[in-house]
Write a protein that binds this ligand. Structure first.
Ligand SMILES: Cc1cc2nc3c(=O)[nH]c(=O)nc-3n(C[C@H](O)[C@H](O)[C@H](O)COP(=O)(O)OP(=O)(O)OC[C@H]3O[C@@H](n4cnc5c(N)ncnc54)[C@H](O)[C@@H]3O)c2cc1C
Length: 861
């Protein structure tokens, strides 16, 4: 074993081997993988080997599509077969709601280049005759599904990596990780130490233990998972013989079952409600190739439904039940990327679908390590997406909830209950007493809307408008016509201070920094000129800036800030960054009466002249020391008031008391989001994401290319010079009783005209597949939309996608934001666009100017 390496990958499961392969392919050959035992000594060896492309997050779905396409490549390079069976598969809907869910998934697939198709239960039965189709109302067919040999696939990655120069060390456990002052890692193993520039945690079932070696508690948990294998079945053999085809994979949401052909029999697995964590606190190091004791009682309810839905399988004898553990993060997606607070310590763990996602994870991580950026939008798998609140016990509760709901519908207005309440502000009980319906905002309880007195504060979950529609309308109207107050503790807040603070922010941000007492809005770009942040920045003092942004991005942004901090001379501190989290909370008041209200609570002049739009001031509000921004996300006259938690109740009471005479109402996050829609304001992680450039995102006025050499300037300048290909726009949609939720396709009547790509950008080029799974390259792929079934319809074409939307209550319009080719972005003609909502195409019209207060005069009043 060598004693130095550029990177050490810990763990030889499918994920570690994929990371090793991708690093070697990217040109890093001085790398080694260290495995405790043999390859596949964690979950990888007893996996059911299924793969598919669908995922709730379109960006993760894209990575899954990449993974499937990769198998041919590693087979060719390694000479090792993955035993790929590309059978295709169906998802079966047993209710109209489930069918709505499939329609949504199918609609998303239109712009992702996925070739899914909605089919009848009888069509599904023709491909899987063991089902009783009368239990279902419809299905969705996905040709890019199948199964493979997990061990063969892991070895194929490993052999391909070795061929490219990587080293693999087996039967050697990593026992300790320490870091030297210069950042070098000491990877201490049973066979001696290795010095490495980078360490990658691919420890699978032991990823938590490896995290703990560097003082990090990773939010993941292993769950027991069972599948059974039947004896050979004559019906299966008969089907294969008569059709010349293998049976397809089937996912049955009602039964929480997945099933497919395995040799001459059937494999059937469950995601049972009565799920069970495995080794909830510590994973034993001596666990190896053994299986867990099957517990048929736990999966009995699923099997009962299965026998009704798939009577053909019930008759078969059970040959074997496999019960094995594998890991999940809170939301079921992987934990990938550099860990905030550490240098060159990377994660690729909690990969619950290693054979669908392993390739994409390897590609993303290797890009990140080699080029400094994952190369595409991996927020859905970023290890930074969970905060400190994701403790061991929190993780345990959330992973169990996620596992047991794996086949459940998540409605757009559904808040999940496990591990709540976690964090609360001092106003939590007050908000409950006000009949607030609370939501989870990055681990913090936040009022969503206020149910009328005497009614139960609870969402009726639905894909359609629901019981919050009326009350949110009331909150919006009262705020727009008088004044409203809402909690805004769920924003990210930072203070950047020190003599180098202004230079530091100038280097990171696209806009000029404000003068003392003023506020600016500014995007932040990566080196490739893509949007990685959107901030409100106030200059609070000579060397002190206050910054607000998206709560969920706190670790993501801290990681970036830390990476770009100036290297101080010893004993100096040029730039200090403080993340407040919940040590600073806030309230926002908005509406035409908000100034009159605030004036009653402060002892300074806040008239238009004295306290202008976009001013920042420290002042006492209701007797409490506060910071006040003259700006609100409602786009109305309004204020954000920030205070230490100890003062929040005092300020809220003062606002409520003084507000009575002005008709003050409480409003929640949903009313706030409705009001931002009618101002065409974007949201971070919806409209603004790392797949878009600042001009695509219509952030032009916040990008000052001439100001200095900020990060991403060169690429942004190129984007501006060449003109953005895409453009963010706002639509008014002729919706019925359901509004857009995000990710719906946008159609345009463009005839034969080509407005450029309809592919959502994701960073590694368009990948398309034939129905046999082969990638379509060259001219067919270049045909763009026409290569993919379903996205051209006569003169209509899918030209873009929705990022978010909903009902804009004050202007009484259904609104959507999304991206379309830039050439279409200024065209407000009626009849040009349609947006697909729950499978029905609704007329939509671009609205260049915001429908509420287009001149901004109310906001500036
Ligand atoms: C019953 C079952 C069915 C499944 N079915 C499917 C399926 O159909 N499709 C699918 O995609 N996925 C399936 N999975 C999940 C799949 O197995 C996992 O996604 C995948 O195996 C995760 O791979 P990994 O490399 O992250 O982890 P692991 O396979 O757990 O590998 C981690 C490796 O790290 C090594 N290691 C840990 N600590 C150290 C250390 N300190 N030093 C050195 N080495 C160390 C371990 O020995 C191990 O080999 C299933 C899992 C189970 C249990």
């Amino acid at each position: 074993m060598k004693s130095h390496a550029k990177a050490v990958v810990i763990g030889g499961g499918v994920v570690g081997c994929s990371v090793l392969y991708h690093l070697a392919k990217a040109g890093w050959t001085d790398i080694m993988l260290i495995e405790r035992s043999e390859l596949t000594s964690g979950s990888s060896w007893h996996a059911a080997g299924g793969f598919h492309t669908l995922n709730g997050d379109p960006n993760v779905a894209k990575l899954q599509a990449y993974t499937v396409q990769l198998y041919r490549e590693i087979e060719e390079l390694s000479g090792q077969s993955c035993s790929l069976h590309l059978t295709g598969g169906v998802m079966m809907a047993d209710t109209p709601e489930r069918m709505d869910f499939l329609r949504l998934a199918h609609a998303k697939g239109r712009y992702l280049g996925m070739d899914t198709e909605l089919i009848t239960p009888s069509e599904a039965k023709a491909m899987f005759p063991l089902m009783d189709e009368t239990n279902f109302v419809g299905a969705m067919w996905d040709p890019v599904e199948g199964h493979l040999d997990p061990s063969g696939t892991t070895h194929a990655y490993a052999k391909a990596a070795r061929k490219l120069g990587a080293e693999i060390v087996l039967r050697n456990r990593v026992v300790e990780l320490t870091q030297e002052v210069d950042g070098t890692w000491n990877v201490v193993t049973e066979q001696g130490a290795v010095k490495a520039e980078h360490v990658v945690n691919c420890g699978g079932l032991w990823a938590r233990e490896i995290g703990r070696m560097v003082g990090v508690e990773l939010p993941l948990l292993a769950m027991e998972h069972m599948y059974l294998l039947t004896e050979p079945m004559p019906e299966v053999e008969e089907f294969n013989k008569s059709t010349g085809r293998e049976m397809i994979g089937v996912m049955d949401f009602k039964g929480e079952i997945y099933t497919r052909q395995e040799r001459n029999g059937i494999l059937l697995g469950t995601y049972e409600k009565a799920c069970k964590p495995w080794s909830p606190v510590n994973t034993p190091w001596d666990f190896g190739h053994e299986l867990l004791q099957p517990d048929i009682d736990r999966i009995a309810p699923s099997l009962e439904i299965g026998s009704k839905h798939f009577p053909g399988i019930e008759k078969a004898g059970i040959k074997q039940i496999i019960n094995g553990p594998f890991t999940f993060a809170l939301d079921g997606n992987p934990l990938v990327g550099p860990v905030q607070g550490l240098t060159n310590f990377w994660c690729a763990c909690a990969v619950m679908a290693g054979f669908s996602q392993g390739g994409g994870v390897g590609l993303a991580l290797s890009n990140w390590m080699v080029h400094g950026d994952p190369g595409f939008d991996v927020w859905g798998m970023d290890v930074a997406r969970f905060g400190e609140w994701a403790t061991l016990r929190y993780t345990n509760a959330k992973v169990r909830e996620n596992y047991s709901r794996r086949f459940s519908i998540r409605f757009p207005n559904e808040e999940l209950p496990a591990a709540r309440p976690a964090q609360t502000t001092p106003l939590y009980d007050t908000m409950l007493a006000n009949n607030a319906v609370m939501g989870d905002s990055w681990g913090l309880e936040t009022p969503l809307w206020f149910a009328p007195k005497g009614t139960e504060p609870k969402d009726i979950v639905s894909f359609h408008r629901s019981n919050d529609f009326g009350p949110i309308g009331e909150e919006v109207r009262a705020t727009r016509e008088k004044v409203g107050v809402t909690e805004i503790a769920n924003f990210a807040k930072y203070e950047v201070s020190g003599p180098g603070s202004e230079d530091f922010l100038n280097r990171l941000m696209t806009n000029r920094m404000p003068k003392t007492g003023r506020i600016v809005l500014t995007p932040m770009l990566n080196e490739f000129g893509r949007l990685i942040g959107d901030f409100t920045i106030a200059k609070a003092g000579e060397e002190r800036f206050m910054i607000w942004s998206s709560s969920a991005a706190q670790k993501y942004h801290m990681r970036w800030f830390e990476k770009h901090l100036p290297k101080d001379a010893p004993g100096t501190s040029q730039v200090r960054i403080h993340r407040f989290d919940q040590t600073l909370v806030g309230l926002s008041i908005a509406g035409p009466k908000s100034r009159d209200l605030l004036q009653k609570l402060v002892d300074v002049d806040i008239s238009t002249k004295a306290f202008r739009f976009m001013d920042f001031r420290e002042m006492a509000v209701g007797g409490a020391p506060c910071m006040v921004n003259r700006i609100t996300y409602t786009g109305d006259l309004g204020y954000e008031i920030w205070m230490a938690p100890a003062y929040q109740r005092l300020v809220y009471k003062a606002i409520k008391d003084a507000g009575e005479e002005f008709g003050l109402v409480d409003f929640g996050m949903r009313a706030l989001l409705s009001m931002r829609l009618e101002k065409n304001f974007p949201t971070w992680f919806r409209e603004l994401r790392p797949i878009y450039g600042p001009f695509e995102g219509a952030m032009d006025r916040f990008v000052k290319l001439e100001k200095n050499d900020f990060i991403g300037r060169e690429s942004a300048a190129r984007e501006q010079a060449e003109g953005p290909k895409l453009r963010r726009v706002s639509f008014i949609v002729d919706a019925a009783d359901a509004d857009v939720m995000g990710d719906e396709p946008i159609w345009a009547k463009v005839g034969g005209k080509d407005y450029g790509t309809v592919e959502k950008p994701h960073g590694y080029g368009a990948q398309r597949f034939d129905t046999d799974g082969k990638e379509v390259r060259g001219s067919r792929a270049a045909e763009g939309a026409s290569a993919v079934r379903g996205i051209v319809d006569g003169d209509w074409r899918v030209v873009g996608w929705v990022t978010s939307g909903g009902y804009a209550h004050y202007v009484q319009e259904s609104m959507a934001q999304g991206y379309v080719p830039a050439a279409l972005a200024g065209d407000e003609s009626a009849g040009l666009f349609e947006i697909e909502i729950l499978g029905s195409r609704r007329p939509a019209r671009i609205n260049v100017e915001p429908p509420f207060d287009p001149s901004g005069e109310k906001m500036r009043a």
